[in-house]
Write a protein that binds this ligand. Structure first.
Ligand code: 3QA
Length: 232
């Protein structure tokens, strides 16, 4: 039986620590992107960064599943905090995800909803449970929460609060919900992990630039511990 795990990020910085950890891998170019394949403790991995946003991330997730045969998908990256319980460097795992910029409310539909879709996509509970075990073994705090996704870098208190109250969201980013839609449709269990880089407020771009690398590393190290656990 084949067993392949996909690990994706949106930006190079989000997967760099993983590639560095693997040391050697093969690079495959496909659909205007680079995919990295490696065998890690007997399990096949396919790794990629998608580029920023919902479209690129959906394309990459679908490619990892349909073209590369991934049977599980783990996303590692950074996010803006909505909840004031989340500080820079803190980890949040998505229990469910919504698209905050999907809006046909002019027809009376809720934000994030289109016919035959749903506002939220639920993440795989088995992998969340595994994550909690990893967190306690590492002595780390892992918060669970709702992640809202949209094609905007949010650097505005008003927009952030609107997303927080409309979707009961704890963090926001630009790829999670689109990856979730793809994995849900293709019946591939997925796990979306983010380490906070900023608070999606007026200082967000500065905070993001300062903490992208360290927070991305925080997330990547956790995801590799997850892979270790899935492997044995
Ligand atoms: C934003 C990255 C995108 O992949 C989503 C980071 C962290 N803070 C956020 C916020 N709003 C939305 N998303 C996020 N990721 C990249 S834009 C800067 C690109 O710089 C999560 C995220 N507040 C490239 C160099 O010019």
């Amino acid at each position: 039986m084949k067993n392949k795990i996909a690990i994706m990020g949106a930006m190079p910085e989000e997967i760099a620590p993983i590639l560095q950890r693997l040391g050697s891998y093969t690079t495959i170019e496909y659909a205007n992107n680079k995919y990295y394949e490696a065998n890690y403790n007997g399990v096949d991995l396919v790794i990629a960064y998608s580029k920023i946003g919902k479209v690129f991330s959906a394309l990459t997730a679908a490619t990892m599943i349909e073209h590369f045969g991934a049977q599980k998908l783990l996303f590692s990256g950074v996010a803006g905090a909505i909840s004031d319980q989340l500080k820079v460097g803190d980890l949040i795992v998505a229990t469910k995800l919504a698209q905050h910029d999907l809006d046909i409310s002019a027809f009376g539909h809720p934000y994030g909803y289109v016919p035959e879709g749903s506002v939220y996509v639920q993440a795989d509970t088995t992998m969340i449970q595994l994550a909690n075990e990893v967190a306690s073994e590492m002595g780390k705090t892992l918060q669970e929460g709702v992640i809202a996704t949209g094609d905007q870098f949010v650097a505005n208190e008003e927009r952030k609060n609107w997303i927080g109250s409309t979707f009961a969201a704890d963090a926001l980013e630009m790829e999670g919900a689109s990856v979730a839609v793809v994995c849900d449709a293709l019946k591939v269990p997925f796990f979306i992990l983010r380490a906070i880089s900023d608070a999606a407020d007026m200082d967000a771009s500065f905070s993001f630039d300062e903490f992208l690398e360290t927070s991305a590393l925080e997330s990547a190290e956790f995801v590799m511990k997850m892979v270790d656990k899935i492997v044995d």
